[in-house]
Design a protein around this ligand. Structure first.
Ligand code: UDP
Length: 238
């Protein structure tokens, strides 16, 4: 079997995906499936940190239209990511994979604060590290968090797990003529305004020369397939 191309990666899983076919909350079979995929990927010998979104519970921009300020809404969104991380941590531990949640802000009763030192230590111990709380700041997304944390902890790539098998020129579910890109430069991704990931995330990845691989997580084992170079996705780099 080919050696994985990366020694350490950050996997970004959207909160929305954790809802499965529900419109809200956590779909346990889906989170269990993602946990199994992460464990199989870890078994390839790759150190794995995971940034989990919160869109299945709260998105600041959505609740802010209901009488909550944007910054409070974003705080609620960041707290939602903590809930998702705890659920994924439980799923991983139940399957025998040691995992640790590190949070961007202080919640001493619930999880340890994210520091690079703690992340390095737990990853070196073979644990899967779950990065909760986004960046800890409003007006950012967990896509940007994934690029930020990957850059901070020296990961060699961000694996952005989505519902589609790469970056398309338009939403392929709505526009059958949408073109799928095999490769894009960071600048093309920033300028293209592709909806799959926000421009701040692409811009930071350009700044830190970090490759992003956008791929579909719909198939079981897709994270491991990408790491072994057998998966299908769009590589954003250079
Ligand atoms: N969020 C934030 N700062 C961050 C990351 C996230 O304020 O650094 C908030 C924001 O309100 C966002 C919500 O948390 O809408 C959930 O994150 P995101 O939308 O990225 O989740 P996903 O789309 O991946 O489920």
């Amino acid at each position: 079997m080919a050696e994985p191309a990366y020694r350490r990666v950050v996997v970004k899983v959207s909160g929305e995906y954790l809802a499965g076919d529900q419109s809200f909350g956590i779909h346990q079979p889906t989170i269990d499936r993602i946990a199994s995929d992460l464990i199989r990927a870890r078994e390839l010998g790759v150190e794995i940190a995971v940034v989990v979104g919160g869109g299945n519970i709260f998105r600041g921009v959505e609740v802010s239209s209901r009488g909550v300020s944007r910054t409070t809404g974003d705080t609620m969104g960041m707290l939602a990511t903590v809930m998702n991380c705890l659920a994924l941590e439980s799923a991983l531990e139940r399957k025998g994979q040691s995992a640790r949640t590190l949070c961007a802000f202080v919640m001493p009763q619930i999880s340890e604060l994210f520091t690079r030192a703690a992340a390095h230590r737990y990853l070196a111990e073979g644990r899967i590290v779950l990065l909760a709380g986004g960046t800890g700041n409003p007006y950012f997304t967990t896509d940007t968090t994934a690029v930020l944390r990957a850059s901070e902890i020296g990961a060699q790539a961000v694996l952005k797990a989505t519902n589609v098998d790469g970056v398309y020129s338009a939403d392929p579910k709505k526009d059958p003529s949408a073109k799928r890109f095999e490769r894009l430069s960071h600048s093309q991704a920033v300028e293209g305004g592709y909806k799959v990931m926000d421009a701040t995330a692409f811009a930071l990845a350009r700044e830190t020369s970090l490759p992003i691989i956008v791929f579909s997580i719909a198939e079981a084992g897709s994270i491991g397939a990408i790491l072994s170079g057998k998966g299908k996705g769009t590589i954003v780099s250079g």
